[in-house]
Design a protein around this ligand. Structure first.
Ligand SMILES: C[S@@+](CC[C@H](N)C(=O)[O-])C[C@H]1O[C@@H](n2cnc3c(N)ncnc32)[C@H](O)[C@@H]1O
Length: 245
């Protein structure tokens, strides 16, 4: 993976928008809880090692500026959320958003943290099978060129990793504005991970204010009238899977 995601390099007319610049968080902001360097991660990632409790754990792969993580951690305080973002400045920005989100206690949202690093080795090495309540992947970089497709974050390897990491009933959310990515992923999941069953469409929700979107990329697509493809899977037990074959 190069350090420069393909979403910066979109070459079709619809996807030529550059990613908006981000502001560096104020030096005075204490990110020590909310931003974890991948080298300081516990050996096994779970709610106990990351949050000191047993609440259900949800992971977002490629959090960007952290809008989803912040909104969802506020909306569902009884769950824990870990965001993984490979570009350090975005991980930092997302962590700052988590700190600033709780202006009442001024401790930041305690049920959400960011890791600056690559999600793939974390799923391969540090997440116990059946331990996650949900995996979220929103608007992953499309890697337009055919020869770059293997760099896509949602691929055969990652789908099997997500499936292994999810508990029965656990959810995989996948949203994109790239039709080809959407269709090929739905097809691939049906082929290699039948435990996910049929894809469940997720509805577009009317936004009530400027940041009332699932993510910044959803906001960007909708504001530019670009269609968004949204789907959720719910992992079934293995015997449910074989029962329906
Ligand atoms: C197109 S952006 C979408 C950001 C956000 N999900 C949204 O919808 O606004 C994709 C993000 O995934 C991140 N990313 C790409 N590969 C990754 C990986 N292997 N692990 C973690 N993050 C990754 C990129 O750095 C980028 O911030």
């Amino acid at each position: 993976m190069t350090g420069f995601p393909a979403c910066h390099l979109r070459d079709s007319a619809d996807h030529s928008m550059p990613r908006s610049p981000i502001r560096r968080p104020a030096e005075s902001l204490d990110l020590s809880y909310h931003l974890i360097d991948s080298e300081q991660l516990p050996e096994t990632l779970n709610s106990q090692t990351l949050f000191g409790n047993d609440h259900p754990l949800e992971i977002e792969v490629g959090s960007g500026k952290g809008l989803f993580l912040t909104n969802e951690a506020s909306r569902v305080p009884e769950h824990n959320f870990l965001g993984v973002e490979i570009i350090a400045k975005y991980a930092k920005h997302a962590a700052a958003r988590l700190v600033k989100a709780d202006s009442v206690r001024e401790t930041g949202l305690r049920n959400a943290r960011m890791v600056s690093g690559n999600a793939e080795p974390l799923f391969q090495q540090r997440i116990a099978p059946g331990s996650l309540a949900a995996v979220h992947v929103y608007f992953p970089d499309p890697w337009w060129k055919k020869r770059h497709r293997k760099r896509r974050v949602v691929n055969e390897r990652s789908v099997l990793n997500f499936s292994r990491a999810l508990q029965t009933g656990g959810r995989l959310h996948f949203w994109t504005d790239v039709l080809d990515y959407f269709e090929s992923t739905v097809e691939m999941i049906a082929e290699i991970a039948p435990e996910f069953g049929v894809p469940i469409p997720e509805e577009e929700i009317e936004s009530t204010h400027d940041l009332d979107f699932r993510t910044h990329f959803e906001r960007r697509s909708r504001q530019n009238a670009i269609p968004v493809y949204r789907v959720r899977y719910e992992k079934r037990a293995v015997d449910e899977k074989t029962a329906s074959v």
